[in-house]
Design a protein around this ligand. Sequence first.
Ligand code: 1GP
Length: 259
Amino acid sequence: MNTFDYLLKVREQKGAGFLLLLDPDKLVKKNLMHVITSAQEAGVDAFLFGSSLMTRDAFDESLAELKQHSRVPVIIFPGNLFQISGKADAILFLSVLASRNTDLIVGNHIHAAPLIKQHGLECISTAYLLVESGKLTTAHFLSDSLPIPRDKPEIATAFSMAAEMFGMKLIYLEAGSGAISNVPPTMVHAVSSSVSLPVVVGGGIRTPEIASELVNAGASFVVTGNFFEQDGNSVKLKDFADAVHFKKRTPTAVRVPQV
Ligand code: 1GP
């Protein structure tokens, strides 16, 4: 089964999938095994691997290590052309549809395509839509994209419909790593009810309650990164996974009425 089909199966069986974003810059080797083990035990469905801005030359090395020990798919979430490798299971082939820089809509892709093909890397065509989130994040700054206003779900919906018509496979609603505010559930709902593509939501998600709210609004996949880079937070991985996997939640005990 390829990675995209695996993701669809996760969604079908668990309601939605929980993806953990690992930043190549921040994965010091001694910590990597701990992250991989605790994430898998907690029920993370796949790892995303990549960064908007990479400042260390450790991409390939960390990716190889991650892939070697991971039981779940490792998907490259590339911030630039330096983040392509045959060591992953798949790559999100991102088009920043709302960018003012045509290279990010379709441009860099012509340099990436032959390498992806050569590596035999599964390619998941993804519309990457940046949403206003309270501050200028690195992703917003580097993508030359005007953020979609939070109170304009119809703009996100129109872009998503165009992506579907282009034959893309995923919609990624992105608030940006470390965002003050996550993508509004009303926008997630508007997009997911207007297209049949799975909707991925990421950026600024710091509690299982918010993850659950986004899934209830129609997100098929929830991504977190920053929160789990902070010491001590990995104990909460399972709470996030349980919040996202709504089909697997234990039903609350039925209360027997007192007579
Ligand atoms: C992935 O950028 C997000 O879409 C990750 O955001 O680091 O804020 O969780 P955080």
